[in-house]
Write a protein that binds this ligand. Structure first.
Ligand SMILES: [Fe+2]
Ligand SMILES: [Fe+2]
Length: 262
């Protein structure tokens, strides 16, 4: 039977597909880490209090990147090149979602509007990260090789999402509500498209590596299109709502480490 669990189990069981999965994940995580590190360094003076949380956010993403690399190493696998059509973070940046890398590479401090854009972008992408890790946690939390990594990353992504809700609400109360709603909407509609395209590209590569019959690939592609249709119609709204999270100040402390991985 074709299920998320059986699909991922197949990818996990084969060295080549596992290396591709981990390489794609590691590259996205470390790009996220770099972006957050730069944003923390360029925070405007009036938002100084936010800098340690952004630093922590970046440190978590860097840690996730190292964890995925360590999972490959544990199996004696080397990272493989990430095909550009599967590079979610790069494609988002290319489509003008979030802050441009040009801006992050410069030494000009960011504006409060930039911080609102960063948080809105993160609110959308962290929702995706949190849902995807939650799916893995549901099926593989007790897996002997990846269980611990999955639980740790999933927990972090939940924290990131909670932090975005909390900080965006604070900015909304401070008068940025309209800008936040506009940015969230634009970002969510672009993200669901890019997520669809990246999912199709990843499944295409996995299908070739694992020798999937044409019918199986067709069913999977139809599934991805169906998810997009639902997200375009209704699902995107879950990515633009704001509510006070159960976990407050989720990025308040210092970053947790994963010494057994990195
Ligand atoms: Fe992450
Ligand atoms: Fe995250």
């Amino acid at each position: 039977m074709l299920s998320a669990k059986s699909l991922f189990q197949e990818i996990l069981d084969d060295d080549e597909s596992f290396a591709l999965f981990c390489s794609i994940a590691a590259s996205g995580e470390s790009q996220g880490g770099w972006e957050n590190g730069r944003i923390a360094a360029l925070v405007p003076r009036s938002e100084r209090a936010l800098a340690p949380k952004i630093t922590r956010h970046g440190a978590d993403e860097d840690k996730h990147g190292r964890i995925f690399n360590a999972l490959m190493k544990k199996r004696g696998l080397e990272p493989v090149p990430v095909p550009s059509e599967t590079d979610y973070t790069m494609l988002l940046e290319k489509h003008g979602i979030g802050l441009a890398h040009e801006k992050l590479k410069s030494d000009e401090p960011l504006t409060v509007q930039d911080i609102v854009i960063y948080l809105s972008h993160s609110r959308v992408t962290e929702q995706r990260a949190s849902e995807q890790m939650d799916l893995l946690r549901r099926h593989f939390a007790d897996h002997p090789d990846i269980g611990r990594a999955v639980r740790m990353i999933s927990d972090d992504e939940d924290n990131h999402l909670a932090y975005c809700h909390e900080e965006l609400l604070r900015f909304a109360y401070a008068g940025h509500g309209r800008a936040i709603q506009r940015t969230l909407r634009e970002c969510a509609l672009a993200e669901i498209r890019i997520y669809r395209d990246v999912s199709l590209a990843v499944m295409d590569h996995m299908g070739r590596i694992l020798g999937w019959p044409r019918a199986k690939s067709a069913v999977l592609a139809a599934g991805i299109h169906a998810v997009y249709a639902y997200e375009r119609f209704l699902g995107w709204r879950r990515m633009v709502s704001l509510k006070t999270p159960e976990r407050r100040d989720a990025l308040g402390g210092s970053a947790t480490t994963a010494p057994e991985f990195a």
